[in-house]
Design a protein around this ligand. Sequence first.
Ligand code: ADP
Length: 465
Amino acid sequence: MYLKKKNNFFRTLAFRLTLWYLVLFSILSIAIFSIMYFSLISHFRQEMDDELLDAAKEFEDLYYTHGIKALEEEFQREARSEGLKRIFFRLVSPKGEVEASSDLSSWHGLPDLKLNKSTIFQTLSLPGHLHKIRLLAKPTEDGHIIEIGATLKDDELLTEKYRRTFGIALAIMLLCGGLVGWLVAKKAMSGVERITKAAMRIGKHDLKERVPLGNEGQEIDELAFAFNEMLERIEALVKELKEVTDHVAHDLRSPITRIRGIAETTLIGEQDLNTYREMAATVIEESDRLVEMINTMLEISQTDSGVVEMLREKLDLREIISEAVELFQPVAEDKQINLKSDLPSDPVVIIGDKAKLQRVVANLLDNAIKYTKPGGWVTISIRKDLSWAIIEVADNGIGIKKEEIPRIFERFYRGDKSRSTPGHGLGLSLALSIVRAHGGNITVKSVVHKGSTFSVFLPLESPIK
Ligand code: ADP
């Protein structure tokens, strides 16, 4: 909706790209035109000046060889043949008097000549002349000045024609360029449009759809690839969220139904005090289970998202293991399971959060004892391998089916055979979250009916620190 509202032509990237392209194109064309235009003008000017100077020199020779009269005749003849309105000639005495000239009837408002010892060129406008005039004043050796003025009409007409032609060419080029630019930009954007349409379709329908790779270029392919990867992650997250919600709903429903049932029983008829006590105890037990489950879920998501900072203290893993073994010994004995530990004589030092790591060891020992039949054994040991401290919890219990192994760390996942034992399927998820937050990992090897070995890898304290 928002996108549709804003989707007007002038805001499209294709339009903006075309505009940029046209602006750049115009600036470049105008710059090239200006350079050519000014070099053309200076070339014309230079040519005109050379011609004027050559003519002045010829007149000067004539003046010396044949005198003023012959010069005046030549002035008039030349002006007539060139056109009286196009050129004039004058010979001015050192006193400033015109001694010889062509017909000056079309040349009013000529500026007074300043006597000068060097040749002077000048461009000026004269009344009655549409075009500018180029003026040359060349001193002769006897102090006279030969002055020639010629119209710049031809040059100006030519440059004007050039300007007009360029203007038309630029307009056509901008039109074609704009069209081509627009088509190119549209083509380049077509991949983005395709992905946008796919994204909208996917948003409306299901997350299973993917954007097909096209042939609009590597960038678009990369965008489509990144988009598909993101979809993959979203799909996995949505699936996980759905599973978690289903599990939570299921796991909450059973104890709440039980609690409700008990409350109902207390309301229906009188019970003796002992029955009431038993009922209250069951309600407390069920409530505790619920609170424990909710707390564990919270702890997992907080650990995963890094909301809670892990403590970073120096720990000897042997201590954590001995304390845990001591704690679990009575449970193991109750179930007639032989619980042993195998610890190295040297300290195994890591940096971590003691309470959290105690949770990890406790969960693994709890599982090992839970999933091992009476008469079996559970061993916990530590070893070092390169930069890792490895805690191994091994048992000869029921084992895990091959196809279940990849799923046992998922939240709420419980193996087929474990449904009869108490638990929420959250212990291993929490353990893995904590270990990952410490920069480590948990691996598992298991054979059905033979037993399982869980290995917790934690980075050893670096000797450099
Ligand atoms: P819970 O023990 O509450 O079911 P966990 O997350 O601790 O949840 O374990 C997930 C599943 O992994 C268990 O349901 C069980 O099937 C399997 N499992 C874990 N530890 C062992 C073990 N030592 N031996 C056999 N199966 C195990």
